[in-house]
Design a protein around this ligand. Structure first.
Ligand SMILES: Cc1cc2nc3c(=O)[nH]c(=O)nc-3n(C[C@H](O)[C@H](O)[C@H](O)COP(=O)(O)OP(=O)(O)OC[C@H]3O[C@@H](n4cnc5c(N)ncnc54)[C@H](O)[C@@H]3O)c2cc1C
Length: 567
């Protein structure tokens, strides 16, 4: 079996996450249930029928660098054509640039399916979406007319060029140079790890590149953002000569083999500035915030795909005896430990999905809610949820994909079943778009610090005041919320200390576990199968919340010395 788009679960999670609220806005008043279902069904058909069949072949074939050009895996160029023609590249983009003006959350739901069906492929539009977001807000009219519209239509693709060998998490160390040349700039230097940095699916690529002007101050304030096309574009929109940018090599890596990860050489390439000199990093963060949520969606997609595969295997494979089945040799789905794994996979996937959609809806409301007060509140909610959506969902992806291998037993370790590919592909998601350690520091530092913890406290108050009738869910949930409150107070009191930095990842996990449990609880009201899953999650996950809060309060204790590290 290949991937089946889980439309019922997605529609349910959208409701739990607050989709109905969007219809109160002027921008989305026409986005009714029929529209939502039409988008989901369309995405389901494309991802099941076009993208999923290329997932395994793309993994096996990979990509090649030939004569200085990257060749995509067989079938990908045609799949891109279908993806672009279906309007999927511009789902949430502004209609004035050719987009469909739909809520971001629907674009994220479509992305979830694309990631699940073929993560390597979906990385290409993921980067494009970030570029579209950025140029819609900060591009000049010329940049919007010449480049943005092409990105929205999918005629061209976009990339994000931040990383250099000495500048990974710490972008203050970026060294790429930009020198003024008439109305433009010349970009020189090397970028590494650039996703879909080159390919043959479209006739141009729009690179967004961080670089430094000669007189720029050191550190992040000296970084500017440049738009560098692969092929130069005339004022009339016609393609001209090749620009001085090329892929120098492609990385051999653990997973996402069909996504080219390129070392890019900029050899005096012509670029135009986006925004003002020195604005580079803050502009890039705009793109990254959107991409961070989308990487959270990747986590959901990977977890869903791994769960589907494991469930199907467990319903066919027979081993051992089960206390719940009379069969002489039971289906492994009837063995308590295997069912525990499958239930954990299902529950965590659904929780991560609801968290990511709630983040996307907060983002939609932060722009489109009717009152300023509601826009501000939604903005705070988006701020606090983005690092959780990214880090918690991608940690879930790795955990769930690993459990998926485990459910398969030895067959899981063998490539033929496909379970191993999900594990290999998912492993990058906690690393890029800001490692999960960096997300935890963002949550514990900047986001918790907003209005002295208001974003976290407002969320916890809403969670505490949600009426949950099922006592087996409500009691562990309220204990977990109390643990979050205790940990939040401690984190605020410890702000800026090594203790807060040492505790940040555990704090994020505690918050993610609890918000996930709250989402499952909200979605379980009056729905017995979902209530069963929420009870399971409450008993298996939420009961650990107090221990996590204790770990948070241990801060960096024991870490001050590195003497006990091996070697
Ligand atoms: C497949 C792939 C695709 C990628 N795609 C792109 C792309 O399209 N564009 C792009 O620009 N980049 C891309 N990247 C780069 C990616 O974003 C970086 O690898 C990532 O940001 C981490 O940087 P680094 O690898 O230098 O690790 P480092 O920054 O060296 O981190 C090493 C470890 O130290 C930790 N660490 C670092 N700083 C801190 C800190 N201040 N506090 C606590 N812990 C810290 C990290 O969490 C990590 O565990 C890609 C990478 C890969 C592997």
């Amino acid at each position: 079996m290949t991937y089946r788009a889980p439309l019922t679960d997605i529609a349910h999670a959208l409701k739990v996450a607050g989709l109905d609220g969007l219809q109160q806005t002027d921008a989305f008043k026409d986005v009714d249930r029929d529209t939502v279902m039409a988008v989901l069904e369309g995405a389901g058909q494309l991802t099941e029928g076009v993208l999923a069949p290329l997932n395994r072949s793309g993994d096996q074939e990979g990509v090649r660098l030939e004569n200085g050009k990257v060749r995509s895996a067989t079938g990908f160029a045609d799949a891109w054509k279908q993806y672009a023609q279906g309007g999927w590249t511009g789902l949430a983009a502004d209609p004035q640039f050719g987009g469909q003006g739909l809520p971001k959350v629907l674009a994220m739901a479509a992305f979830e399916m694309a990631h699940a069906a073929n993560m390597s492929f979906a990385l290409c539009p993921l980067l494009g979406e970030g570029a579209i977001h950025l140029l819609s807000l900060h591009g000049t009219k010329r940049q919007q007319d010449l480049y943005l519209k092409k990105l929205v239509s999918g005629a061209w693709t976009g990339t994000m060029n931040l990383t250099e060998s000495q500048a990974g998490s710490d972008l203050a160390l970026v060294r790429c140079k930009a020198e003024a040349a008439g109305a433009n700039y010349r970009i020189t230097g090397q970028k590494i790890f650039i996703t879909w940095g080159d390919h043959d699916m479209t006739d141009n690529i729009v690179h967004l590149v961080l670089a430094r002007l000669p007189d720029a101050p050191p550190g992040v304030k000296g970084i500017s953002l440049f738009l560098v096309p692969k092929i130069l574009v005339g004022d009339d929109g016609k393609l001209g000569a090749a620009n001085a940018v090329r892929p120098l090599s492609i990385e051999k890596k653990l997973g996402i083999h069909a996504s080219p990860t390129c070392v890019m050489g900029y050899e005096g390439a012509v670029g135009e500035i986006v925004g003002k000199p020195g604005d580079g990093l803050s502009l890039m963060f705009l793109m990254m915030n959107s991409a961070r949520l989308n990487v959270g969606m990747e986590g959901v997609g990977m977890a869903e795909a791994a769960t589907q595969k494991a469930l199907q295997y467990a319903r066919e494979r027979r081993q051992g005896r089960s206390p719940w089945s009379k069969d002489q040799t039971a289906l492994i789905v009837d063995l308590p430990d295997v069912r525990r794994m499958l239930a954990l996979m299902t529950a965590k996937t659904q929780a991560a999905r609801a968290i990511c959609y709630a983040t996307a809806i907060a983002s939609d409301m932060a722009t489109h809610a009717k009152s300023e007060h509601a826009r501000e509140a939604a903005g705070l909610r988006e701020d606090i949820l983005v690092p959780i959506a990214k880090a918690w969902s991608t940690d879930v992806a790795v955990e769930v994909a690993s459990l998926g291998v485990q459910v398969h037993g030895g067959a899981g370790f063998i490539e033929e079943t496909g379970a191993a590919q999900f594990y290999r592909d998912a492993r990058i998601t906690p690393i890029y778009e800001g490692t999960n350690g960096i997300q935890a520091m963002d949550l514990a530092g900047r986001k918790l610090g907003l209005e002295n913890g208001k974003a976290a406290r407002d969320l916890l108050i809403e969670m505490r005041t949600t009426k949950i009738t099922d006592k087996k869910i409500a009691a562990p949930l309220h204990d977990a919320i109390a643990a979050c409150e205790r940990a939040t107070d401690w984190m605020l009191a410890s702000k800026g200390t090594p203790d807060a930095l040492g505790a940040a990842t555990t704090y994020l996990k505690l918050m993610g576990d609890t918000v996930g449990g709250w989402m499952l609880a909200k979605g379980a009201q009056g729905d017995e199968p979902r209530a069963g899953l929420a009870r399971f999650y409450a008993a298996q996950v939420l009961t650990g919340a107090n221990g996590l809060a204790d770990t948070v309060e241990a801060g960096a204790a024991g870490l001050e010395s590195a003497q006990f590290l091996a070697g």
